[in-house]
Each structure stands twice: as C-alpha cells, then as structure tokens.
Write a protein that binds this ligand. Structure first.
Ligand SMILES: C[S@@+](CC[C@H](N)C(=O)[O-])C[C@H]1O[C@@H](n2cnc3c(N)ncnc32)[C@H](O)[C@@H]1O
Length: 202
C-alpha cells in the first residue's frame, strides 16, 4: 500500500487492526525476556497503543509510521495518557531514521505489509543497522497458514519471514499464533523473536 492509501485509512478510521489495547504477545515477551530497560523502536506504530504501553514499562520509545495522520493521532493519545514517546513520520524502508542503539524493536503488521521480498529484506537490514548489539526484535506477521480468507492481514510464509530476517538477526522463536483472540475466526500469524547478529569474525 502506498503512503496515500495508509493516510486515507487513518483519516477515515478504517483500521481493522487497531484493537486499542496493548498486544498480548508484546506483553508476554517483555515479561519473559530480560530486555534491559533502554531505547525501544516501534515500526509502523499506527495510533500508538503499543508504543505508549512500552513507555509505561520504562522504555524510552521512538515510534514511527509512514502516515502523518497516524503519528498525529498517536501523539494526541500519548499526551492524553501522560506518556512520553517520540512519534516520527517516515518511510522506514526508503528513509529510515538516523538515531540508533535500540535495545528492543517491535512491529505488529508492518513487515508483513510489504509484498516485495526486496522491501522486507531492506526493512530487516535497516533495522539491524539501528539496533544495539544483541538487541531483540519482536515481529508479528500474518501467515499463509489457516483457511482461505478474503480479508485480514497479508499472508507471508515461514520462508518469507526467515528469508528477510535471518541474514541480520538470529531467530530465537518462530511460533504459529493467532494475531487476536477477541474476534471470531482470527487470522493465523507468526510471532518471530530475533536477536541482532554480531558481525562475523573473519
Ligand atoms: C497493519 S498496520 C498496523 C499498525 C499498528 N502496528 C497496529 O498494530 O495497530 C501497518 C502500519 O504500518 C505502517 N507502514 C506501512 N508502510 C510503512 C513504511 N514504509 N514505513 C513506516 N510505516 C509503514 C502503516 O501506516 C500502518 O500504520
């Protein structure tokens, strides 16, 4: 989807992915893994619910989205919640931010929105360049598994996920999950938790 289509979705409020509550998988991973409190990056933050939740957990959060309307809505939501997050409008694949050294990164439905394998690979390499050594990335990605459906998140195979992520990140978990539990017939998805690779010694 190009930038104008994302903008229109946020202007119209046509956001079937926006639950308004922090993602249960994010909460679980942050609880289970010793992620040092530090800088966190959310890519494709939408209206900011998960970024705001990360800020309440002590992370210093930068959250970005290609849609200026989404980041404006996220900023207003954070202000109302008294949370401190930096919301940035940018195209993460073509114009990533320069700030780096993130200890944790999260995307829910952003990596999977790219149809081209090249864009997904660029997404992962851009992210690796911004992460601290051993930084963790949690990505939630629509799956090719499950019954046929005409709507819902884009469908990516395990091979698509690994091909994009594995060159730059060591995959710690690749779990088959449901993105949501609050609706009938939820879409199947992948939970991919990975750690930035250190440079290989020659
Ligand atoms: C399916 S939505 C998920 C939004 C949010 N993570 C959530 O769960 O509510 C995907 C998000 O990725 C954003 N996005 C798409 N392409 C992007 C890009 N190239 N750079 C940054 N954000 C992008 C969209 O604007 C949209 O907000």
């Amino acid at each position: 989807m190009d930038v104008e289509r994302w903008e229109n979705r946020y202007r119209e409020g046509n956001l079937p992915w926006d639950t308004g509550t922090p993602d249960e998988h994010l909460i679980d991973i942050v609880a289970r893994h010793p992620i040092p409190p530090g800088r966190a990056l959310e890519i494709g933050c939408g209206t900011g619910t998960n970024a705001i939740w990360l800020a309440t957990q002590g992370f210093r959060v930068t959250a970005l989205d290609i849609s200026t309307e989404a980041t404006a809505q996220a900023r207003a939501k954070a202000k109302a919640a008294g949370a401190h997050c930096a919301f940035v409008a940018c195209d993460f694949v073509r114009n990533p931010p320069e700030q780096d050294n993130f200890a944790f990164a999260f995307d829910r439905g952003c990596l999977h929105s790219f149809d081209a394998a090249w864009d997904r690979a660029r997404f992962a390499s851009n992210l690796a360049a911004l992460m601290a050594d051993d930084g963790l990335w949690l990505s939630l990605i629509g799956s090719t598994d499950g019954p046929p459906r005409d709507s819902g998140p884009p469908r990516r195979s395990a091979l698509d996920v690994v091909a994009a992520i594995e060159p730059h990140f060591e995959i710690l978990r690749l779990d088959a999950i449901f993105l949501r539990k609050d609706i009938d017939n939820p879409a199947q998805a992948w939970l991919c938790l990975s750690r930035k690779r250190r440079e290989y010694a020659d």
